[in-house]
Ligand binder design. Sequence first.
Ligand SMILES: [Zn+2]
Length: 413
Amino acid sequence: MAAIKFDFTSCYEYYDSQFEYEDFVPERESTFLSETCEDILRVIFKNTCAEKVSKTKVVQFPDPVKLLTTIRKGVSKTLPVTPKFIIFNKSIMAKHPNIELNTTSIFKSKSDMTKTLNTEKACREHLEKLRWDGKPICPHCGSQRENHYKINTRGEFRGRYKCKDCRLPFSVTVGTIFEKSQIPLQKWFEAIFYFVLGKKGVSSVELHRAIGVTQKSAWFMLSRIRNSVGNRMDFEFDDITQVDETYVGGKNKNRSKHKKVANTQGRSGETKTVVFGMLSQGLVHTKVIKNAEKDTLQPIIKSKVKKGSVLVSDGWSGYSGLNRDYDHKIIKHSHGIFKKGPYHTNGIEGFWSLLKRGIIGVYHYVSPKHLYLYCDEFSYRYNIRKLSLGEQFNLTLINSDERLTYRDLISDW
Ligand SMILES: [Zn+2]
């Protein structure tokens, strides 16, 4: 008696053949795979096997427990939405050769973009080319294939796919800031253009007027864009690195000038929020910190700056002792010295002034809890400043993964 070995693919193929894509309900199918898969599998087993029985007479069931474990593993696997990530400028892109901004059009201006991407379909296809480069990537299991199933909705393909491996439905917006948004992609794309365009950013009031959405929607869009472009740095600073901290907000606005005074008065994080920054080769990295003490500052430096490289800071005591691991150049601002040969901290200080002018001028007030999002936004814009506007736009679309939920964003506001 010949036994049929259970073949999971054929089981699914059977399931597919029974399934009308027209009535595709993604939620229901996700549930099918994760929660009730045992029951459904039993049905599929029965049907598949019944079919095969007529042809080959005998059926051998596989070990259902083993099988279910395999499926569950496949479903719960969480992989990044896209293998494209972290790109700041051309030198960083050179370190990540898989990142390309020109898999599709690079627009010269906003009107150039709105003229070309004038339908939802055009926007979606632009996003697909950037994030997938012709080969859809399943956000559930990470499988990248040209031939994932295309799902038609009312006889028309609208960008929905079904994974050939894990069988879950997806589209290019799953896991991005555009997912489940009622706002059309065209508006989102315009918002992203405004976001990268202004050196100091764009406020929700300005955006609401510019693209014709409510101010609440504009605020929500900006929060999500800001959240997606956040700290994507995964590289190490290995050239001359400037380090510095600054104080944002609080009542004693004008006290920031005194921060260079050796006593801790002006450096106290009690009324202001402390932001620490590092800058090297035109790239900046910031972090909101609880205080500017040695124990806070030095672990961050050690985790991001290559041992043995040149580190430049002012005379703040929080940086003392770094000469054990670095070629540490101290510029004593309190002595009126601002430059020692090629060593200075002008780059990072220029960035601070940009950040502060932006926060005061455009956003007026930023709560300490959300300050890091604004620091990330300014760092991002600063780090991509050498790219053309169209490249910045495409890059931001590639990086449009969602990192925080809406609930996370609005809590505490
Ligand atoms: Zn998949």
